[in-house]
Design a protein around this ligand. Structure first.
Ligand SMILES: Nc1ncnc2c1ncn2[C@@H]1O[C@H](COP(=O)(O)OP(=O)(O)OP(=O)(O)O)[C@@H](O)[C@H]1O
Length: 920
């Protein structure tokens, strides 16, 4: 029986260096694919041997606590491991791991694995469970979905430099096509794994919360280290802890929000970066990306319920974080944990199910404005120009019609030239510097409304100049109010940091010219500096809600002077579940304020809500009240299968580069993890590419975006953090690698190209999993007079408007498996059509007959479809235990090992399979 010696590791993993293995304290945290079938076989055989050896092991004790992974070491280590990791049974702990009571051989190998089942506590016939675990491991290897993690740091720390190493078997089935998006808890899948999958953090980070086993604690190195006596004495911080936490990402998908950076001090950055938010990745990623921004902004975070099999191998979710120790944070953690761990329908949160911020803590009590004495606001700053006032109605109607503009009754006439609006000279000169010739339509119609002091809703396509549409009237509003240092006069709320920075960037020129002090308040950046700026006095604040609430909470900011409020991307703010925050913020702003909402999309779901914050608003819509994409964008939709996506992407990128090597492409993915993976893959092929998402630290995000703007990188792979507001004029192409969560997001994403009056192309991959959005997409394409592929219409016919069960991305190895299955199906079909005369495993060459040994090899290369197949190949490794659930590679371990006579077919299969293995 073998162990994973460093040599084996070196052999198995080509990217590993001797130096890495030999060094005592080393981080090697990646997940690796076993690159070749040979190596997979080798590992499988190792496990099968292990299984066989394990059969001889007496019944084991089941311990409360948890871990995951496979541990190879000495019995002394076993003792210390037990001593250091096994926590006393706690009734709140919903899961357990198993452990051999006695070592099977001179070199002990412990395989522990969290399971999606809560074992409860006490003793059980753990030997069977362990075999079952091994069985699962083998199964996964066979299915090419097993990945290994090697944590040499743990090895070294735990046992010094003795031989052997710690092999954490990452049971990450997310790589398996069908299971991948089980982590996509928003989609309502696989909800059973909440509690038990939090395990690794339980032992390290703190107790499992009674509610669903989610983790409420964790963080900086609390709890004993996983193994080895040395751990206890080592100082630990979040990041170190993170890297030590080896094993099963099953255990810890931290589905909660975490304000790692803001909430915690040093050491958490890495944690946050690598573990904590990563943990979110598969869980609720699109949402998490958004939530991440918000989470970090607000400096809080929720603990995570693990998401069992769903997370990706590399994601070692760090210990769940709890923001700031507020009890309410705990609740929040639990809530998010539940979202992560227990499948929640995606649309349960927020107005349209895209988030929920109800539990964001704040001490903001609504101000009793009636009891306040307030200076009167000067709201009206608009003197209609003679030529505007006298413009004939027909001419105005014609102008509006030609721009597909609809306006509320009583809407003032548009100003068609800059001269018609009484901007101060400072603004006019900046407009000139920018070579703007005339106002864009939304500006032409929006400025008169905003300057008149009316509340308004402005909806216009992406890249149509909305930012100046609301900032310039804001600056004029500020200018008209009495001077002072009592807080900002104008406030612009933005859903993401990127957007806040973008707005800041746009208006900076103008604020400087007008000597107006502006500040951008967003999470992930130095709060101290922002507080100092606030203390110095500001007139204009651009903020993300989280940071703003934080500053309001800590009384570093007050909004009593604020009388001009903008909600940029208002639909997203309301849509994402920012409503409670918006309500809290608005409660701090005087009721006679002027409120403006702007966006490129205005879904009906938020319209009612929006009106709650507005008083008798005027509305402008450019396009229609439906979803409208910027018509300067050429929209190309490709209907493909999930597994084709990456290859198609490469082809597309090559094509784009061939057109012009200076082309800039923004690729959108659903998940942070996918963004990273794609960027890594592309980098490997020599592309100049970076990824950007909510897991990245703020400065990293800013650097990457700046690099992209400057053209230092030509491809940016991003999640929806980049979908709104970002104005990079020379983005020529947008690729929706994954179709976004909502069709509004589609409009905003593709709107990153064709800014101002430029043109651009948006490519979108559509798979059957996107069927629920097809109706919208077809409408958008029709409206923009774009080509609608026949396949899309066919898909619409078949699935239009229905929600798919899962949205899966199929990575390469799963793709290989699918291809193998397709070949197998083809083989069967061929065999049938030829009356069974065709060779059994001749898919590569139907005319060539396999030898007997080929047949056996083929068998071993093929993932058994069912448990019976599996048993036929490898025997019933649960030792006659309870039959496992079909379709569940990580099979639930039985509560108790109920003896069951193997049926004779299985027994026969087992025998022949074992013979085959011996021979093979
Ligand atoms: N009057 C104008 N003439 C020409 N260009 C303009 C004018 N006003 C703004 N722009 C430019 O148009 C670009 C897009 O503007 P902006 O970012 O405000 O669009 P937006 O409508 O807010 O887009 P999104 O909805 O994507 O956020 C910017 O680069 C800006 O400088």
């Amino acid at each position: 029986m073998g162990t994973f010696s460093p040599e084996t590791c070196l052999e198995l993993i080509p990217t590993l260096t001797r130096q890495q293995v030999d060094r005592e304290y080393i981080y090697f945290g990646g997940t690796v694919d076993l690159p070749t079938k040979d190596k997979r076989f080798k590992l499988r055989e190792y496990l099968v041997n292990l299984r066989d050896a394990q059969k001889a092991v007496p019944a084991t004790t089941e311990y409360a606590g948890s871990t995951a992974g496979m541990y190879t070491g000495t019995s002394a280590d076993q003792t210390s491991y037990l001593t250091n990791t096994v926590q006393p049974t706690d009734s709140t702990q919903s899961s357990a791991y198993i452990y051999p009571a006695a070592a099977p051989a001179a070199t002990e190998t412990y395989v522990t694995q969290s399971s999606s089942e809560s074992y409860g506590t006490g003793t059980a016939a753990g030997g069977e469970k362990q075999l079952d675990t091994l069985n699962n491991l083998c199964h996964q290897i066979n299915a090419n979905v097993l990945q290994l993690k090697f944590d040499f740091a743990s090895y070294a720390e735990g046992r010094g430099a003795s031989a052997g190493c710690y092999d954490a078997v990452d049971m990450d089935l997310s790589d398996q096509g069908e299971d991948m998006e089980m982590s996509d808890c928003e989609m309502g899948q696989d909800g059973d794994v909440n509690g038990s999958k939090s395990q690794p953090y339980q032992q390290r980070g703190g107790p499992i919360h009674p509610r669903g086993g989610s983790l409420m604690r964790g963080g900086r190195g609390r709890g004993p280290a996983p193994r080895g006596p040395n751990f206890d004495s080592r100082p630990s911080n979040g990041s170190h802890h993170q890297y030590r936490s080896v094993g099963n990402t099953n255990g810890g998908r931290t589905v909660g929000r975490g304000g790692g950076i803001d909430s915690w001090g040093g050491g958490n950055d890495r944690l946050n970066e690598r573990g904590f938010d990563r943990g979110n990745d598969r869980g609720n990623d699109r949402e998490n990306d958004r939530a991440n921004d918000r989470g970090i902004d607000r400096g809080g975070g929720g603990g995570g319920g693990g998401l069992g099999r769903g997370s990706w191998g590399r994601d070692q979710a760090g210990p769940p974080q709890r923001g700031r120790g507020s009890p309410r944070d705990s609740n929040r953690g639990s809530r998010f944990a539940n979202r992560g761990g227990q499948s929640q329908p995606r649309r349960e949160f927020g107005v349209r199910g895209l988030g929920n911020k109800e539990e964001i803590p704040h001490d903001l009590k609504p101000v009793d404005w009636a009891a306040q004495t307030m200076e009167e606001i000067k709201r009206v700053h608009y003197n209609e120009h003679a030529s505007t006032a006298t413009r004939p109605k027909e001419e105005i109607d014609k102008w509006r019609d030609s721009r597909k503009m609809t306006v509320s009754d009583q809407c003032p006439n548009p100003i068609l030239k800059f001269d018609e609006v009484s901007f101060p000279n400072a603004i006019k000169s900046v407009i000139q510097q920018n070579n703007f010739i005339e106002p864009t339509p939304i500006q032409a119609q929006g400025w008169p409304i905003a300057l008149s002091g009316r509340d308004m809703i402005g909806i216009a396509q992406t890249g149509s100049g909305k930012t100046l549409g609301f900032t310039l009237p804001g600056l004029i509003h500020i200018n008209a109010q009495p001077p002072g240092n009592g807080g900002p006069i104008a406030l612009c709320l933005c859903p993401t940091r990127e957007l806040a920075q973008q707005v800041m960037e746009v208006c900076e020129q103008y604020t400087q010219a007008m000597r107006i002090r502006a500040v951008c308040l967003y999470g992930g950046s130095s709060k101290y500096q922002q507080i100092r700026q606030l203390a110095d006095g500001v007139e204009f604040a651009i903020a993300t809600p989280g940071r703003l609430i934080d500053l309001l909470n800590t009384k570093k900011l007050n909004l009593r002077r604020c009388s001009y409020l903008v909600l940029d991307e208002a639909d997203r703010m309301l849509d994402m579940g920012f409503e409670p925050q918006i309500t809290a913020i608005i409660s701090q702003i005087r009721p006679d304020r002027q409120t403006l909402m702007w966006s490129a999309t205005w879904p009906t779901e938020v319209q009612e809500l929006a009106r709650k914050f507005l008083q008798d608003p005027l509305q402008i819509n450019i396009g229609s009240d439906k979803l409208v994409a910027n018509h300067a964008i050429k929209q190309v939709v490709q209907v493909i299968e999930d597994f084709e996506k990456f290859d198609k992407l490469k082809v597309l990128l090559q094509q784009i580069a061939n057109e012009d090597k200076f082309n800039k492409t923004l690729v959108f993915t659903d998940t942070k993890r996918m963004a990273d993976d794609i960027a890594d893959e592309l980098k490997g092929s020599g592309w100049s590419v970076e990824s950007m998402h909510g897991d990245k630290r703020q400065e990293e995000r800013e650097r990457i975006l700046a690099d992209f703007k400057r053209g230092h990188i030509s491809i940016l792979v991003a999640t929806d953090v980049a979908s709104r507001g970002i104005d990079i004029s020379d983005i020529t192409n947008v690729i929706n690698f994954d179709y976004p969560n909502t069709s509004e997001d589609y409009i905003h994403r593709i709107g990153r190209t064709a800014r101002a009056s430029r043109k651009g192309t948006a490519y979108t991959f559509i798979t059957p999993n996107d069927s629920r959005n097809i109706d919208d997409l077809v409408e958008v394409l029709k409206e923009a007079d774009q080509e609608i592929p026949h396949a899309l219409m066919m898909m619409r016919e078949c699935f239009g408007g229905t929600k798919p069960e899962k949205k899966v991305w199929v990575p390469k190895h799963a793709k290989r498996k699918m291809e193998a299955q397709a070949r197998e199906a083809e083989r069967k079909r061929l065999a049938q059509s030829t009356g069974g005369q065709k060779p059994l495993y001749a898919w590569d060459d139907p005319d060539k007959e396999d030898s007997d040994s080929d047949v056996e090899v083929r068998k071993r290369q093929t993932c058994p479809e069912t448990d019976d197949d599996w048993a036929a190949l490898y025997g019933d490794m649960s030792g006659g235990g309870v039959a496992k659930e079909p379709d569940s590679p990580v099979t639930k371990a039985p509560d108790s090992a109920v003896a069951k006579e193997p049926d004779s077919a299985v027994a026969k299969g087992q025998e022949s399979a074992e013979n085959a293995l011996e021979n093979g």
